[in-house]
Design a protein around this ligand. Structure first.
Ligand code: NAD
Ligand code: ZN
Length: 361
């Protein structure tokens, strides 16, 4: 199985994508005295038998749990989990495997970053979103009451093992939500991936192995390339936020309850495409094609909010610097750039356009 290499200024590690990785997990891990697994009770109920079967009977990992849900991505759990590691005798040579979706990956990575000032960990992502996006790139963290992902650190895993078989138990809604991040990957930097997703909707939604593997590997390759060039998001990495300025505003305005992250980003991309369309950075024909592709992976849930609320929420965007709003604009399918001069009037028009589509859905 060919590995995709992530190579940044501070780390180098392989990302494996394919079927049948879980049964071979143990022999892929570096040999350590103590292996810990962080997972959620739901995922463990589905996959523990197959997970543990890869370990020799006399060398079983210790299992730590984090309940599912964004409300548990909090420091209080990091402290609890660190105490559990300490009680179980974890030391600097212990290894942590983060086995789950993006929440487990972000929290596991953060725990590994700060336990005894840093231990090694492996990402074993089990949602599509975690496989195509969050497990790669070294961003780890937790939420504060006032905002998402406001504490954290960069801590890269030793390796990422993305077993596509894990996706067979994922809900269709979660699958679709992850696919919107792959559409994003295609639009900002990989026209071939975008075309593939445009032409293979049925196969991808049916989770056909070859089609899924292509989409996941291409998305990861794109992200690995971008974070290899700009690990700390001082420039290029910001393009990964295409659709995220308004997407995050939608998530905040709907209190993170109504939409999954990928669904909010899909609506955010529709707004950003309109901004590009009216500015003339992307041709109307290409913008329409992307919008059409997004809806072909729908349905997108509707939500209730106002343009004013969304506009206000975009002013808290983490990309903004010194009062300047940063916005990712599509130039053509496969190319995007970051601009700083987007006006309130342009954003208002883009949000109005998107909300009109929400109302029609
Ligand atoms: N670090 C990064 O660069 C980065 C990038 C994007 C998103 N994120 C973070 O990722 C998180 C979202 O991740 P997510 O979308 O994976 O959500 P999630 O971790 O909440 O998982 C979604 C749901 O799917 C369930 N699940 C997971 N794997 C399953 C499987 N194989 N079968 C059945 N059910 C399964 C989980 O129990 C959960 O209920 C957010 O907290 C976000 O901030 C981080
Ligand atoms: Zn995202």
């Amino acid at each position: 199985m060919p590995a995709i290499q992530v190579k940044t200024a501070s780390a180098k590690y392989p990302v494996l994508v394919g079927s049948g990785i879980l049964p071979t997990l143990y022999r892929r891990l570096p040999k350590r005295n103590h292996v810990f697994v962080l997972t959620s009770p739901e995922i463990w109920a589905l996959w523990s038998k197959r997970f543990l079967a890869s370990f020799p009977k006399d060398i079983q990992p210790s299992v730590l749990f984090l309940p599912a849900g964004e409300q548990h991505k909090r420091l209080i759990h990091v402290e609890r989990l660190a105490s559990e590691l300490a009680s179980a005798g974890a030391d600097r040579s212990s290894l942590l495997v983060a086995f789950g979706g993006g929440i487990i990956g972000d929290m596991g990575g953060f725990l590994a970053a700060i336990y005894m000032r840093g231990i090694d960990y492996i990402q074993m992502p089990s949602t599509l979103l975690a496989q195509v996006d969050s497990s790669v790139g070294g961003k780890t963290g937790a939420n504060l009451a006032v905002g998402k992902n406001l504490i954290g650190s960069f801590h890269h895993p030793l390796a990422v093992y993305a077993d596509i078989d894990l996706l067979q138990t994922l809900s269709t809604r979660e699958l679709r939500a992850g696919l919107f991040e792959s559409i994003k990957a295609g639009v900002i930097r990989d026209a071939r991936l975008f075309r593939f997703m445009e032409q293979n909707v049925a196969a991808i939604l049916k989770r056909e192995g070859k089609a899924l593997e292509y989409v996941i590997a291409a998305s990861i390759r794109m992200k690995a390339n971008v974070v290899g060039i700009d690990e700390r998001e001082s420039g290029l990495r910001m393009i990964l936020n295409f659709g995220h300025t308004i997407g995050h505003a939608i998530e905040a305005a709907t209190h993170y309850r109504k939409l999954l992250h990928g669904e909010a980003i899909a609506w955010g991309m529709i707004a950003a495409l309109h901004l590009g369309r009216t500015r003339g950075t992307i041709s109307p024909a290409q913008a329409d094609r992307v919008e059409c592709a997004i809806f072909s992976y729908g349905p997108l849930p509707v939500f209730n909010t106002t343009t004013a609320k969304l506009l206000e929420a975009t002013s808290h965007d983490k990309k903004n610097r010194e009062g300047k709003r940063r916005f990712v604009l599509p130039n053509s399918i496969g190319n995007a750039s970051v601009v700083e001069d987007v006006t309130d009037a342009e954003l208002t028009a883009a949000i109005d356009w998107m909300l009109a589509k929400v109302r029609k859905s």
